[in-house]
Design a protein around this ligand. Structure first.
Ligand code: PGA
Length: 229
């Protein structure tokens, strides 16, 4: 199973370091693929059994791109996993599908593992499965779903940070739709917590979870890793 923690704009370099130290004592990290995605200011070496990824990066080795990180900066921290297409980048920071696909292609060509996020806004969920699938198809535009280092994360926009989670049936149905599009492992993300993680992790077609808010407490994240068993 893949258990990923997305810190977003939380945690510092010091608190991330403390977090990783505690996480290294969580025995179960040995039996799962554990990915921690800190803010870029907290990139650092990870303990054995933990992979560090970035929340975003730019399609360049180095150059004049104020505010962005390129390959040169990622290499310094041995980062070769990147999150692409997260809802907050799409809907808050305005990244278009075209830009996302360009980023995807660039990091694919560089051999990165890519956690590719997609998911629908609430209005679409209300329109039913067919509308939702058509929408998600647009979020696969320009994305090579056969890439062997791809991980797909289904994250409904309305479930992120809201404490609301789709029904088990809805998650299974959507993952099974995604399974017709790719052989990549499929994660669910959106208000996953220690308490609901076991049930979600054991749903049909679910290969892991991408956790935001509830991953910030290392004890809870460790419980979620244990629940993957
Ligand atoms: P959440 O965020 O767990 O806080 O809902 C998930 C995500 O955005 O990846």
């Amino acid at each position: 199973m893949i258990i990923a923690a997305n810190f977003k704009t939380n945690m510092t370099r010091a608190s991330t370091s403390e977090y990783l130290n505690t996480l290294s004592k969580c025995e179960e990290i040995k039996s799962q693929r554990v990915i921690v995605i800190p803010p870029s200011s907290a990139l650092q070496d990870a303990p054995a059994g933990v992979e560090i990824a970035v929340q975003n990066a730019y399609t360049v080795r180095s150059g004049a791109f104020t505010g962005e990180l390129g390959l040169e900066q990622l290499e310094e921290f041995n980062v070769n996993t990147v999150l692409i297409g997260h809802s907050e980048r799409r809907h808050v920071l305005g990244e278009s599908q075209e830009e996302i696909a360009k980023k995807y292609e660039y990091f694919k060509n560089e051999g990165f593992s890519i956690i590719y996020c997609l998911g629908e806004p609430e209005a679409l969920r209300d329109e039913g499965e067919e509308a939702l699938e058509a929408y998600m198809q647009t979020q696969l535009d320009g994305i090579d779903t056969t890439y062997e280092k791809l991980i797909v994360a289904y994250e409904p926009v309305w479930a992120i940070g809201t404490g609301r989670v789709p029904t088990n049936e809805q998650i299974v149905e959507t993952l099974s739709f995604l399974n017709t599009k790719t052989e990549a492992p499929l994660l669910y993300g959106g208000s996953v917590k220690a308490e609901n993680s076991k049930e979600i992790l054991h749903l049909d077609g679910c290969d892991g979870i991408l956790v935001g808010g509830a991953s910030l407490k290392v004890e809870d994240f460790c419980t979620m890793i244990k629940n993957a068993k």
